[in-house]
Design a binder for this molecule. Structure first.
Ligand SMILES: [Zn+2]
Ligand SMILES: [Zn+2]
Length: 1015
């Protein structure tokens, strides 16, 4: 007999929530389970008849009900685990409604190598809409985005047991949940505790973004404040149970920022005024007030409650001596020159220092260990990482032999413009010359197992650089180190240890995983300071004993230091923004890094692109498998066949999860880690998730106006689509001559799928409606004449329609075809949400407030008219496109948004389907971009005017106005953030858009009147 007959044991602890629990159980029963699973409900002392109600259920899977006296959630989960017979334990809270494929998604991630998996939690629609639910949503969304960026690696703060699976052997190995943490109603600590112990034992924890459950979040404002106070208590307890965790917990509540300090200070004051404030804000929250002031005050009150909780348990213990210390060395040679001698350690002394560390039992870690530690993996007590700044030749001649003898790793930080040169930055101030390692010697360093990192290009004071120079320095130096051929530069050591908020942000955006600073006061590196990792500077006069002493007795970082540093950062940020304003007077166009944009199918053997590559040094590649987009990788480009190997390697590194998921769904073999180099997937099979079967006729409508020269490019791409039952309706909109007709008739003569339709009334909406009238298929796909469709585009659209029965509209992935100047870079950044999402998404009216208060009136989340398709009947029923909106009318836009909302209000769903790929060539110069920006602005507000005029939507819209204004104000910051390291917004782009916003309502009224006039 098999001792573990079940794949999953689903364990649900519950306490006095019978009805909510029954919904949860029903959703579990409805999951897809291709293998035997069992359900274990642990009734933790409920008195509301839960056990009896469960006894009456008839379920499609075996259920075990444990009816126990109340002992807290952790004890209940352990009790469930004790009787479980599954190979994997899936813990669900009793208020989680799960999606049908939840268990499948957990299984996929486990199969891909995870030992513990948490999924994505959203708020159930039946939860009240208030600041609390919005806060939880926001947290979950931010976590999802952040984990997507980090490849799904979970840190200790990312864990909640609401939806968690863990391999049974790991759960047993770490001894389950710590019951002490929830026994007296303490909230939250057992999750962190469990994952900390899992990580400590070497388990791999991963995020499964597609494992979705919906939480019925019914918590009052008072309860929430109490939970935060309890979380403060449990964090304080945890920091004692696990020395080394305290710093992470404190950073999680921003304990080292001015904000956090302020909350801590307030929590020590007499609490009467806080309580008065608290009861007022609690009333407002419970009444459903969601304005910014309420949110702000509530957040403060809650922070104070947290720090109060922390204080009642004696505070969070930080800087316990178990973290890692990082040592900063420079030259290892005997030097007389007084200017540099202080930072040079004589070879004999260096050898003595290392021996002392070895004898004292220090563990020498490498860059990988450090990065994992920053993600929350604990290290052995007394761990140390060696770094060597400037990459002096003496590192190789004097330090390397010592390190080699003991097998000690190190990180060597290279001044990339001076490779093979000397310390020019010191020499400029009168110091003697010291030789730096040559490229060849750096190869020897790497061959010895020592990692190369960046120490900037020229050892400039980074905080003093202009923004463009700073960005060029950070990316240039990183690229130069990578170009040595010994791997990526993952770390940056700031020259002179200098950094501020701007430098740290640029460093992060330049792609470094972490950065080294110097610190006089010694703190331990942890995630909160990964771009300012403190290092202990080792100097000529540091004796071995002093070194050991410094490592063993880390001084507490003075709170005043923290605040001072923060203020300095703020000041330099303000200064920098003034500096930036001065640098670009009156429209000077800053330099842009040209990026080659293309795609690559892992099953193929060449990249392809809309615009042929020139001499770009960076490539952004859409990686696909059997046509399905897995995601983007951005890499240095050499233009040699080596690029393909790099893309393949990056695909495993950065897109491993969707890649493995595809292979599993296809039933294909997954190569072991050591077989991945040079691995090629087999061809597409019938089981491929991207394999679509349909014989429905699809009518493709292209609306064009006086672009007969470029139209053939568009039509050629259409003729090449692989989907068979298709017709192409080319709508010639208010043409000034017969050129377009001639082009289309030439195509129609050779290929009877092409048809010509003329629409004399100007305007994109009129043209689209003409296409709708002429179309014969049950599905209608629209694209623009400046768009190049992928050969699998229509298959992708059909896949979207087939995902759910109620899909009335499918939008697709619109990829940027080229980035060669500022205008194109701006568009690319601005339209990020249409060009980067590689996961399917659904939108329907049941999701009100899931996508923010503006939903469904939020521009841009659904997709774009450059690529969308409709169920024809439903489009007709919704009334087609509004002819007062859109390009070619005074309002110049808004029609896409309008039709999306009407489709939703009609009860249809919109599916965003990344497998439907098109390439869009953004308008190539500043002038046309400004026109376009005006159109975005005027289109949006014209559309909003329409909603205001319509009594059925007016109330809904007005409720959303304040949030809408906020969102418009954020467009600028968001776009600038994404532009960040590439380019500044063209002069005037935002102003044009705002002008458009203001003009929109008038233009809409004018367009409406024009339509009402007899034609
Ligand atoms: Zn240096
Ligand atoms: Zn496939």
């Amino acid at each position: 007999m098999n001792a573990t007959p079940f794949r999953f044991s689903i364990i649900v602890p519950t306490y006095n929530r019978r009805d909510i629990l029954l919904d949860t159980v029903a959703s579990v029963a409805a999951t897809v389970r291709p293998w035997p699973c069992e359900l274990i409900v642990v009734v933790d002392g409920s008195t509301d008849g839960t056990a009896e109600a469960l006894g009456e259920l008839v379920l499609p899977l075996p259920i075990k009900v444990l009816d126990l006296p109340n002992r807290g959630a952790a004890a209940a989960r352990n009790a469930g685990a004790a009787v479980a017979r599954g190979r994997v334990l899936l813990f669900l809270d009793d208020d989680m409604i799960v999606e049908p494929d939840l268990i499948i998604e957990h299984d996929k991630t486990l199969l891909a190598g995870a030992d513990a998996v948490v999924g994505h939690i959203q708020i159930d629609d039946r939860s009240p809409v208030n600041i609390l639910t919005r806060g939880v949503e926001r947290w979950a969304t931010e976590r999802r985005v952040r984990l997507d960026l980090s490849g799904g690696r979970l840190g200790v703060e990312d864990f909640l047991t609401g939806q968690l699976s863990v391999r049974t052997e790991w759960f047993t190995k770490v001894g389950g949940f710590d019951r002490a943490l929830t026994a007296h109603g303490t909230f939250g600590g057992e999750d962190t505790d469990l994952v900390y112990r899992l990580l400590q034992e070497g388990a791999r924890a991963r995020f499964a973004p597609n494992a979705v459950s919906y939480q019925r979040y019914v918590v009052s404002a008072e309860q929430n404040i109490r939970q935060w106070a309890q979380a403060g208590q449990s964090d304080a307890m945890l920091s004692r149970k696990h020395p080394g965790l305290g710093a992470v917990l404190s950073a999680g509540h921003r304990g080292d920022t001015i904000d956090g300090r302020l909350a801590q200070a307030l929590s020590t004051l007499p609490q009467a005024p806080v309580r008065a404030l608290s009861s007022r804000v609690v009333r407002r929250v419970n009444r459903g007030r969601m304005d910014l002031a309420t949110e702000f005050v509530f957040a403060k009150v809650r922070d104070i409650a947290y720090w109060n909780g922390v204080r009642t348990r004696g505070g969070i213990v930080r800087n316990a001596p178990t973290g890692v210390s990082i040592l900063a060395y420079h030259a290892i040679e005997e030097i007389d020159d007084p200017r540099v001698a202080r930072y040079s350690v004589a070879p004999e002394r260096f050898a003595a220092q290392i021996s002392a560390l070895v004898e004292a039992g220090y563990t020498f870690i490498d860059g990988d260990d450090l990065l994992e530690h920053l993600e929350g993996r604990p290290l052995k007590p007394r761990s140390v990482l060696l770094t060597f700044d400037d990459a002096y030749e003496s590192m190789l001649t004097h330090a390397a032999p010592v390190l080699e003898r003991h097998g000690i790793p190190a990180v060597v930080c290279v001044v990339s413009d001076e490779i093979g040169g000397y310390n020019a930055w010191d020499v400029a101030h009168g110091a003697g010359k010291l030789p730096l390692l040559t490229a060849e010697q750096l190869g020897e360093i790497n061959g010895g197992g020592w990692e190369l990192a960046s120490h900037s290009r020229r050892h400039d004071h980074l905080t003093a650089l202009r923004d463009a120079d700073l960005r060029a320095d950070l990316t240039g130096s990183r690229t130069a180190v990578a170009a040595l051929g010994h791997g990526e530069a993952r770390f940056l050591a700031y020259p002179y240890g200098e950094h501020d908020r701007r430098v740290r942000a640029r460093t992060r955006r330049a792609g470094y995983a972490a950065a080294f600073a110097l610190a006089t006061a010694r703190a331990h590196p942890f995630r909160g300071n990964r771009y300012a990792l403190p290092r202990v500077e080792v100097r000529r006069d540091t004796t071995p004993v002093e070194l050991l002493h410094a490592l063993a007795h880390p001084a507490r970082l003075d709170p005043r230091d923290v605040v001072r540093r923060e203020l300095l950062g703020l000041a330099s940020g303000v200064q920098a923004s003034f500096r930036r304003a001065r640098i670009h007077p009156g429209g000077e166009s800053p330099g842009v890094t040209a990026i080659w944009c293309g795609d690559f199918d892992l099953a193929g053997d060449a990249t392809s692109s809309m615009v042929p590559p020139r001499d770009e040094t960076i490539m952004r590649v859409l990686v696909r498998l059997h046509g399905e987009p897995l995601g983007y990788v951005t890499l240095p480009r050499t233009g040699t066949p080596r690029d393909l190997d790099e893309i393949r390697a990056a695909a495993w590194r950065e897109l491993g999860d969707p890649l493995v998921a595809h292979l599993i769904e296809e039933g294909a073999a997954i190569p072991e880690e050591n077989e991945r180099y040079g691995w090629r997937p087999a061809g597409q099979t019938r089981n491929c998730p991207n394999h679509v079967v349909s014989d429905a006729l699809v009518s493709v409508v292209v609306c064009t106006r006086d672009r007969s020269e470029s139209l053939p490019d568009c039509l050629d791409r259409l003729a090449a689509v692989t989907y068979r039952p298709v017709e192409f309706v080319i709508v010639d909109n208010a043409p000034s001559d017969d050129a377009t007709r001639a082009v289309v008739e030439r195509y129609a003569a050779a290929d009877d799928r092409f048809r010509y339709v003329r629409e004399p009334r100007p305007g994109l909406s009129c043209a689209r409606n003409a296409g709708l009238a002429a179309a014969r298929g049950p599905y209608l796909a629209y694209t623009d004449d400046d768009v190049a469709v992928d050969s699998g585009w229509i298959h992708g659209l059909i896949r979207g329609f087939q995902r759910r029965d109620d899909v009335a509209c499918v939008t697709g992935l619109v990829c940027t075809a080229a980035i060669s100047n500022g205008a194109e870079a701006y568009f690319d950044a601005r339209l990020a949400s249409w060009s980067t999402r590689c996961r399917p998404q659904f939108f329907d009216m049941s999701m009100s407030d899931r996508y923010g208060v503006l939903y469904p009136f939020s521009a841009g989340i659904f997709g774009t008219g450059a690529s969308f398709a409709f169920d024809r009947e439903r489009l007709v029923r919704a009334g087609g496109f509004d002819e007062a909106l859109g390009a070619g009318t005074p309002t110049r836009g808004g029609e896409d948004l309008d039709i999306f909302v009407r489709i939703l209000l009609d009860g249809g769903a919109i599916a965003y389907e990344p497998a439907a790929v098109v390439w869009h060539h953004h308008r190539a110069d500043d002038e046309s971009l400004l026109k376009q920006m005006y159109g975005y602005g005027s289109g949006l507000t014209a559309y909003l005017t329409k909603l205001l005029l319509d009594p059925s939507t007016r109330a809904q819209l007005l409720r959303r106005v304040p949030a809408g204004l906020l969102k418009i104000a954020q467009i600028r910051t968001r776009t600038n953030e994404r532009l960040g390291d590439t380019v500044a917004a063209p002069q005037g782009a935002m102003r044009r858009e705002f002008t458009g916003f203001l003009a929109g309502p008038l233009l809409y009224l004018r367009a409406r009147r024009a339509l009402e006039r007899p034609r």
